[in-house]
Design a protein. Sequence first.
Length: 135
Amino acid sequence: MSAKYTRSQAKTHINPGPTLPKVCVVCQKETKYVNKRREQLHQIQTLEGGELIEAARFMEDQQLLSFVSSQSHDIAAADAQYHLSCRSKYVMAYKRRLEQLQPASLSEVEERSKANDDHITTLQLLGKEFASPKN
């Protein structure tokens, strides 16, 4: 009788795809201290990622958008992380700006968002072009 073969013995390597560095996507630091305590990095879930990207697009934060789009089009799947205080400040600044807008200027927000979507698409295409091996 032959020995039992299990999946854990298989020598297959699964490439999980691109992941972001283990730093906060907002402040881009690994370590942050709040009230003399080290603040932990939290894994971005779909909801937080969507809100962060929406805020970055609205505020035209090219640094955050390019940092995220350089690795993956899905911020949650790229294992992005954030400090709770960074995310809170960033999203609150976005919400304050939204509240200051008058209803007549909401079309301007939509135009900005579309322009930033186009910019992200261009960055992703450039990233793929430079990442693919040249023959």
